[in-house]
Design a protein around this ligand. Sequence first.
Ligand code: 26Q
Length: 820
Amino acid sequence: AWTKHEFSGFQNKEEFEREVVRHVETTLARSIYNCDESAAYSASSLAFRDRLVQGWNKTQQRQTFTDSKRIYYLSLEFLMGRALDNAMLNLGAKEVAKEGLAELGFRIEDIVGQEHDAALGNGGLGRLAACFLDSMATLNYPAWGYGLRYRYGIFKQEIIDGYQVEVPDYWLDFNPWEFPRHDVTVDIQFYGQVRKSQDENGKTVAIWEGGETVTAVAYDVPTPGYDTPSTNNLRLWSSKAASGEFDFQKFNSGDYESSVADQQRAETISAVLYPNDNLDRGKELRIKQQYFWVAASLYDIVRRFKKSKRSWNEFPDQVAIQLNDTHPTLAIVELQRILIDVEGLEWDEAWNIVTSTFGYTNHTVLPEALEKWPVGLIQHLLPRHLQIIYDINLFFLQSVEKRFPEDRDILRRVSIIEESQPKMVRMAYLAVVGSHKVNGVAELHSDLIQTTIFKDFVTIFGEDKFTNVTNGITPRRWLHQANPRLSELIASKTGGYEFLKDLTLLNKLELFVDDKTFRKEWAEIKFANKVRLAKYIKSTLNVNVNPAALFDVQVKRIHEYKRQQLNIFGVIHRYLTLKAMSPEERKKQQPRVSIFGGKAAPGYWMAKQIIHLINNVGGVVNQDPDIGDLLKVIFLEDYNVSKAEMIIPASDLSEHISTAGTEASGTSNMKFVLNGGLIIGTCDGANIEITREIGQENIFLFGTLSEDVEDLRHMHTYGEHPIDPNLAKVFDAIQGGMFGEPNDFNAMISAVRDHGDYYLVSDDFQSYIDTHKMVDTEYQNQEEWISKCIRSVARMGFFSSDRCINEYAEGIWNIEPLAV
Ligand code: 26Q
């Protein structure tokens, strides 16, 4: 039962029930005798929403009244998942809701399950933003998120004949969690021309005029903290035609069609989330989204600052803005434009304010993910901004030239403008130059950016500008909400649910590692979670999986660098090995279920091939009577946040096997370990720090180290590189037609065999299968396995997003919690 929660949404179940009934009968205008699960969801949400709003209003009033410094988190993605379950938990009213719903004849899981995920993100970066909102509210930081209100979130994935098919995700039918603010609008200008003019003092000023205008409308989403009345705001902008733009003349003169077309063109800006993850496709609409969102957010932030009547040099004392990757980099240019063109500040004073305000988080070193925009496109779309970018670059390069007069190449290397054909604006360089701090998201990644893509900038600006903030996850959603029984068991041993606010308290679990009954309860919970997933697999795929088998899970976006192909090749190797065994030998093998899930970007052909191969392998293996329970291969359709909440607690082993140096951090690795699963992984991203925290005896590491990757790639291109013999057998099986048409997967195989094996699949194959053999052996000793799981959980305190947000607050934002 819920005991120590100090802040509660409802005093008792009767109060909750009264509110649900009231909403069914009045807001929804339905009879309580005709209340189905959908209506019960709606009414429960509205009941909780009312409570959220109270804390939200108070929090906002207090932030305004105390005039405290705020952090603004700019992210094109917020992968929130479901809100009702989270609101119940954060308001400490889950028990009350459970009992109240039971009295009304419902099971809480069914009601919570009615909600459509808010899926305004691709993967890690978007989910990180959502975890940060949870932590910022929980820790009482005055924080706002700013994003786009996409009409369509990430597509829904269907698997048809083994292939991915994308279906649009229209999610706004009924969304009680947003509040339209039709009175909070900003007109955003695009295109047009810049003309020079003189102001009243004879100073030359730039006038940006003409072009077209689109209106941004604010939609606010309350984001509650856990066990605190603090409720922060997530402001999402929606685009619509500007009132003057919805051309009444056209309309009245009967040109109805073109006036509607104008309106649709405006609404297109916030229509759809780009489904690329770690891939930059330079589409004009994407940069229009970026400017639209950035300009609306900055107008809003500046408007709020100006109400306080402070002088401009106090702006960085009142405002910190964090850029979630380069997607909002135009904010740097936009603030400079506002300060010099609108507010009349001098360049240097304005630039000081700008650079003191912004922090930039890098999430990738992959060259194909680094944003670049053609100069010509920006010239056309944002002519004044291009001038400012050129001026920023000019002053920056002048200062570099002064300091490094002997280095003739450095200016070309660090220029914000790449002198290519066509010329490109390098957004990451602009973000570095325009921010006071640049951080990576795990230690290895932060080291790598300082020695590779930003090496020259470290020389120019000094090491202090570059820092590391290792990612974290919210234990509220990723432990308590996803795995309530494990959370309860932990609470019973660590002195209540305090660990949800101070995750380092998990270390108290070490005392119980050898406690037989504790271990047994632990194992029972894992088993129950596996039974639940097995039922789900049966109901969706009609495949029977044995919950006593080892569940081996890889769920994440499908990408060659994440190496789902290595995993499926390993599975095929296992299948071939089992097939070659005698029935007696087979009986001694550890049964496994290999579970995959994840979306491929719609235009990423190779990623779609990988999905196809996984499904084809499942089709063969799962039917094979020689194999039975020894091996099952499952591809779970439409992996998303709410499915993650079910899948992660059911894993025994999860795979985090990116080519070393490619995965900036990874965050699901943290979620799996926190839920009592072990992991197999490369020395990449946060795996390294997880190893340091939990101990290397509790993790299955394998493969090439990042410092050796470059040499190996060089060897592949210029030297001999015989393919791994076991992998060659796997390729022969595929090309012999064992898993469908013999030639269907030639490109995947060629990438390894003939095209340089950029992701080192062959190099790592032997150590990968050897490590899996160790996993099999260790899993046989269940007592020892469970001890490892418990010890690992006990040592995961570091990976709370609360720790992470405190590091940002202290090291980058210079901001303090607001006492409640
Ligand atoms: C860029 C330009 C045009 C269109 C799309 C994009 C785009 C969109 C999304 C580029 C990248 C992303 C997403 C990147 C991402 O999710 N990165 C992940 O961030 C996590 C949180 O820091 C890390 O844990 C992962 O390692 C990293 O891959």
